[in-house]
Design a protein around this ligand. Structure first.
Ligand SMILES: Cc1cc2nc3c(=O)[nH]c(=O)nc-3n(C[C@H](O)[C@H](O)[C@H](O)COP(=O)(O)O)c2cc1C
Length: 158
């Protein structure tokens, strides 16, 4: 069977609404972060998360280095942070002016509505991505509304 074209899959899946996260880790050169929506809660017992990171992601290198990572679910007002962390700008530029603190060895972004701290579990090949699983060591959920991504645009919930 012939696989579908990548742009056909991208176009179809753009109509699947998701939240927006920044996956973070402290790499050999300091904090790293990538905007990511291929993130899910995988298991409750044990508590596991998963994230699919592109083979070319510098944050993947940082996760592998630190063996610990964070998932920051962005708030409705944080589209500027989502845009910034989806670039290939040098990491010091991506973090310039962003409020964060180190939690369990990973960067927690100020104002994110959910914070999940993870210890790196398994890595699985997934085509042009790597699926990483993380054992959840800390979770915090705030009151604010999350940012949504739909049809290529960042949107508030309402
Ligand atoms: C809405 C959105 C969702 C994204 N989701 C993912 C994702 O789940 N996994 C991934 O590897 N890249 C994803 N990206 C692309 C990365 O953010 C982008 O490749 C970024 O430059 C990676 O940064 P890094 O090389 O510093 O890790 C997404 C981009 C956008 C705009």
């Amino acid at each position: 069977m012939t696989p579908v074209r990548p742009d056909a899959l991208r176009e179809a899946m753009s109509r699947f609404p998701t939240g927006v996260t920044v996956v973070t880790a402290i790499g050999p050169d300091g904090p790293a972060g990538a905007t990511a929506n291929a993130v899910a809660s995988l298991s409750l017992e044990p508590p596991l998360m998963l994230a699919a990171l592109d083979l070319g992601s510098r944050t993947l290198v940082a996760v592998d280095h630190a063996r610990t990572f964070g998932i920051n679910v962005l708030a409705g007002g944080q589209a500027d942070i989502a845009r910034r962390f989806s670039t290939k700008d040098p990491h010091p530029e991506k973090w310039d002016g962003v409020g964060w603190s180190e939690r369990g060895g990973a960067p927690r972004i100020e104002g994110a509505v959910i914070w999940v701290g993870c210890e790196l579990g398994e890595t699985h090949p997934g085509g042009d991505h790597v699926v990483v699983t993380g054992l959840v060591t800390e979770v915090e959920a705030g009151e604010g509304e999350p940012l949504l991504f739909l049809e290529g645009e960042y949107r508030p919930v309402s």
